[in-house]
Ligand binder design. Sequence first.
Ligand code: PLP
Length: 389
Amino acid sequence: MIPKKLIEHIKSAKTPLYFYNMQLLSQTLEQLKTASSKYGYHIHYALKANFNSKILKEISRIGLGADCVSGNEIEKALENGFPAEKIVFAGVGKTNDEILLALKNNIQAFNCESYQEIIIINDLAKKTGRKAKIYLRLNPDIIADTHKNITTGKAENKFGLQPSETEKFLQNRDNLKNIEVEGLHFHVGSQISDMNVFKNLCFKVNKLQNDFYKKGLNIKNLNMGGGLGVDYLNPKENAIPDFQKYFDTFHNHLNLKANQQVHFELGRSIVAQMGTLFSKVLYIKEGFQNPFVIIDASMTDLLRPALYEAFHKIENLSNTNRPKIKSIYDVAGPVCESSDVFARNISLGDTRRGDIIAIYSTGAYGQVMSSSYNLRPAASTLYSDEYLF
Ligand SMILES: Cc1ncc(COP(=O)(O)O)c(C=O)c1O
C-alpha cells in the first residue's frame, strides 16, 4: 500500500522517480540474517542488483559481504563499508587493472571463469609478490527454469570453466605457486523460485566435490551463488522472499565436508521489492488493439521488460475515486523503440493524462541498468527515510 502522503508528494515531484523503502530493506535483511545464521552461512550482496550508496551502507552495516563484477564495484563496495576480506570478484572478463586493484586490496577471493584467467591472476600475483585466493567457477549444466537471458549454468552459457579447462588447471596447478584454491563457485541463474533447481544444483555439487577429492584437490569452501526469485505478481503480499526455505534446501541436500564454509551471493531477493518506479501519464493514445498509456518513464529507466520480457505489476494510483471501469491498455514509454513497452493488455481502470503510475518490484536490476539513450535525463531518487510521511 502506497501511503497517501507519498502519492501527494509524487504529484508535484519530478518523475520518473525511483522510490526506495528503507524500512522494507531492514526487515528483509533481518529475515535474511536470521535464516542464514541458523546454518552459519556467509552472504555476499551482489552489487550489480543495486549499487546506490545509501542501500550499500545499510547492507554492509548488517555485516554482509559483497559480490562484485568490476573494479568499480570493488571500489564502491570498499567506499560503502564492505571490508575487503568479505569481497569476492566474479566475471568472465576481468582486466589486468581490475585484477591488480583486487590484489592490492587483498579481497577475499576471485571467482575464476576460465583457465587463461587463472594463469593471468597467477602471473599478476607473482609480479606483485602476493598469493591470490581463487574459487573455480564451474558450469554445472543445470536447467534453471527462468528466462533464457538470465540462465547462467547451462553448458552453452559463457560462464564458468569448461570441464576441459578444469582438467588443464588440475594438471598444471603445482606450477601456479601464486594461486590458492579456496573452493568451488556456482551460479546457475536469476529469478529462480522452484527449489528443485537448487536441490539439483546440490546433487551436482556433491558429485563434483567427490570427483575433485579423488583427483587430490581439497575443496575448502563452497560458494553457491545467488538466484533466489521474488514474487513480481504479488509484491505487496510477498514483500520478503522465503529465505528459510531457500537455505533449508541447501542444508538438506548439500553434503559438506568438515569445517567447510558455504557462501551465497544474493542480489535480487534483497533489494527488488524495496523499489517502486513512479511515473506520470503523458498521453492516452489510440492503438490498434488497445489504447496506449504513454508514461514519462521508459526503457532507459527500467530495461527489464524490453530486455527479458520481464513482468512488473503496474497500478494507476490516481483513479481510486473514479467510477470503476474495466479498461485494458498497453503501457509504453516515450523512447523510439517498439520494445519500449512495460506491459500489454493490462487493466488499469479509467486512466487519464497526469495520473500517477506505480511500477512495482523495481529495486533490483532497475535504476542500475539506466541509460541516456535518446538523451533522456536520469530518473530522480527518493528514500523513505528522507521523507516525512
Ligand atoms: C555470479 C553471480 N552471482 C550472483 C548474482 C546475483 O543473482 P541474484 O540477483 O539473482 O541473486 C549474479 C547475477 O546474475 C551473478 O552473475
